[in-house]
Design a protein around this ligand. Sequence first.
Ligand SMILES: Nc1ccn([C@@H]2O[C@H](COP(=O)(O)OP(=O)(O)OP(=O)(O)O)[C@@H](O)[C@H]2O)c(=O)n1
Ligand SMILES: C[C@](O)(CO)[C@H](O)COP(=O)(O)O
Length: 233
Amino acid sequence: MAHHYAIVPAAGSGSRFGAEMPKQYLSLAGCPLIHHTLAALCRCPAIERVWVVLSPGDRYWPQYDWSALGAKLETVYCGGETRAQSVANGLAAAETAVADDDWVLVHDAARPCVSAAMLDALCRELADDAVGGLLAAPVADTLKRAGEGQRVQATLSRDGLWQAQTPQMFRYGVLRRSLAAFPDVTDEAGAIEAAGYAPRLVRADASNLKVTFPADLALAEMILKSRREDIAP
Ligand SMILES: Nc1ccn([C@@H]2O[C@H](COP(=O)(O)OP(=O)(O)OP(=O)(O)O)[C@@H](O)[C@H]2O)c(=O)n1
Ligand SMILES: C[C@](O)(CO)[C@H](O)COP(=O)(O)O
C-alpha cells in the first residue's frame, strides 16, 4: 500500500505581499498563517509525515510553539533560491523515509485554507492514477492580455483553462527525477509535464487561495472562520 507524505515549501520572502516579515508568519485567525497550512496537512489521516522546508536563515520559526501540530511534522532548513529548488531540497531531505513509489503532496505554505475535503478528494481520485495530479479550479473570469499603458491588448479564450493550485501529488521517484531534469518550473506539475506525462486536474475551488497580496489575508480569514473546523488549535 503506497504511503502519502507532504512537502511544504516555506522559504519564500513574500515580496509581492510587502509585509515586514515573510507572509507565512503573518497572523491569521489567531496564529501564524503557516500554522493553518501545516495543521490541515497534519490532520489528514492519509498523510504520514510533513516536511516543512524553511529558509536556512529563517529566524521566525523558532519564535513559535508548533507542538500542537503533533509528531508528523519535520522541520528542515534547506530552502533554495526558487520554489522549485526548495521543493527539490525538501525531497532530498526526505529520501531516507520515502520510497520511490510513495505519494508526495507538495503544498504551498501560503495556501492556509486547503480543506480536509480537498485533500481527501486529491488522494482518492489519484490513488490508482499512473501519473498523479493537482488541485485546480476552472478559470471563471474572462481573461485579458495587457498591452502598453495597461490597456487591453487581447481577450483570451478561457476554454479549457484551469488555475493550478496545490497540493500537487506525484510519486516520489518520478517527481525527484523530473525536478532534477527540469528545474526551471513554477510548479511540480510543470516538471512532470516536461518529462512527458499528463497530470490529472482534480477540481477544487477558489477558497484554496494562495495568500500573495495584502487583500488575500482578509479573504483567507473569512474562509477559515466560515469553516470553523479548519481553524488551527
Ligand atoms: N525560494 C522559494 C520561494 C517560494 N517558496 C514558497 O513557495 C510558496 C509559493 O510561493 P509564493 O506565493 O510566490 O511565495 P513567495 O515567493 O514568498 O512570494 P513572492 O513571489 O511574492 O516573493 C510559498 O509558500 C513560498 O514560501 C519557497 O519555499 N522557496
Ligand atoms: C505552485 C503554484 O501555487 C500553482 O499555482 C504557483 O505556481 C506558485 O507560484 P509562486 O509564484 O511561487 O507563488
